[in-house]
Every structure is written in C-alpha cells, then in structure tokens.
Design a binder for this molecule. Sequence first.
Ligand code: NAP
Length: 244
Amino acid sequence: MNTLSDQAALVTGASKGIGQAIAMDLAEQGIYVFINYQSDKAGARHTVDTIISRNGRAETIQFDVTIQAQCEAAVKDIIQQRGRLDILVNNAGIRDDHLFAMMKKPAWEMVMETHLTGFYHMTRPVVRQMLRQKKGRIITISSTAGQMGNAGQVNYSAAKAGVIGATKALAREIGSRGITVNAVAPGFIETGMLQGLDLDKIRQTIPAGRLGQPEEVAAVVSFLCSSRAGYVNGQVIGVNGGMV
Ligand code: NAP
C-alpha cells in the first residue's frame, strides 16, 4: 500500500461490483474512503473490512442517491469529520430494462433519478466544498450505453449520456479552479448488474472476446484521481475491450 495521505474520497454504491473495486483501489493509494451503500449493509461492511485488513482506512455511510437531503447530509458529515473531501466517484447505479414501447414511466423515472438526478444531488454539495479547497476530482461512471445506445435500455442509455453532458459542462465551468471532472464509460463488466443477460451472445460483440473485470475500471478511476491526471479534464475514458 502507498503511504497514507490526508485525502478523503466518497464512492457511491461501493457495497459490491465496480464501486467496491474502486473503493479498494483508492484505499490502496492511501486515501481515506467513505463506502456508500443503499441497502446492502453487509456488502459495504465487507468492503471496509477488506480495506482495513490491507492496512487501509475506510468506513461505511448509508444514503440513497435519489434523496437530496440524504446526499447533502452525508457530504456535510464527511466534511465535518475529515475537514475535506478530495474525490467523489458517482458510481451508484441500477438498470430497469424494457423495450421502449413497453417501458412504463416508473422505469424511466427511477433510472433517471438514480443516475442523472443522483449526479446533481451528490456533485453539487461536493463542488461547493471543492471550490473552497481549490482542489478536487469528480469521476462519474457512465457506460458504453451512453455513448452508442443499447437496445432495451433507452432509459439507461439516456441517463448515461446525460451524465457525460453534465461532466463536460461542469469541467468547463470549474476547470480553472483546480478541479477536474471526468467520466469513465465501462463496457460489459462482470458484476451482479449483468444478471439475466445472455453473456455468450454479449461476448461475441466485444473485440476483446471477454467481459471486463471491476478492477480494470478501478485502475482508470484511480489514475484520474491521481495528481498525474491533473491535465485530463472533461473527458470520457472507455474501458470496454474495444467496443466503442
Ligand atoms: P452493481 O453490482 O449492481 O452495484 C450497484 C451499486 O449501486 C450497489 O452498491 C448499490 O447499493 C448501489 N446503488 C443502487 N442504487 C442506489 C441508490 N439509490 N443510492 C445509493 N446506492 C445505490 O452494479 P455495477 O455493475 O457495479 O455498477 C456500478 C456502476 O457502473 C453503475 O453506475 C452502472 O450503471 C455502471 N456500469 C456497469 C456496467 C457493467 O457491465 N456492470 C457497465 C457500464 C456501466 P446496494 O447494494 O446497497 O443496494
């Protein structure tokens, strides 16, 4: 593990999957990591226990990214406790796939609320703190679906394209203030989110011929969070085995 730093990070949806791998990689860099979860307390606890067993530092923080008051209270708590917040990873996500003709409004709304409105709920209070610090890294997990569209996922593709637009606009707005804002767009990554999909069929559409691993996304996020990535701003970095 790298030497401990005074930096603090918040990773939303870090109880499992990609968020868990990101949290572990950031902790490996010596960063204090807040592990957000919505309902999977045991998963979040496992993330923290694994980090601590590797001499890292982390704690769980429960909130729902669709509820503004909870997001604002969480950011306030973190700043009160650590005096700063250097890194925000907007990772929490869901899918609710339907052919568009069959898609009922709740499926549209919940996916938008989680990914796009969640970006607003989380990023705005964090940006206000980062502007005071004159330093920060904001990474949002988009998707190849937001870049090329995915049949059966009009809601998810729209939300993931939305966070790319928000990322690019915010990067221009605060790029002169020591803060970078980037998106990472994974392809098909082996997590619970792929449950129920025909993985053999999917593999045939990936030039690499295999699914990605959460750690392969985490490595890119950690780079974007590092001081070496200070001149990377407003970008969408694909981690997709060559799909886009
Ligand atoms: P996952 O294994 O299903 O994990 C999703 C995480 O999001 C869980 O920790 C879950 O918390 C959390 N979450 C969901 N709704 C939340 C809410 N309202 N508030 C707070 N946390 C919430 O999914 P994953 O594959 O790791 O996906 C992580 C991100 O990568 C998502 O944004 C997803 O869209 C994106 N992505 C995934 C893939 C892929 O192939 N897997 C590809 C491209 C992009 P609980 O467990 O506590 O409920």
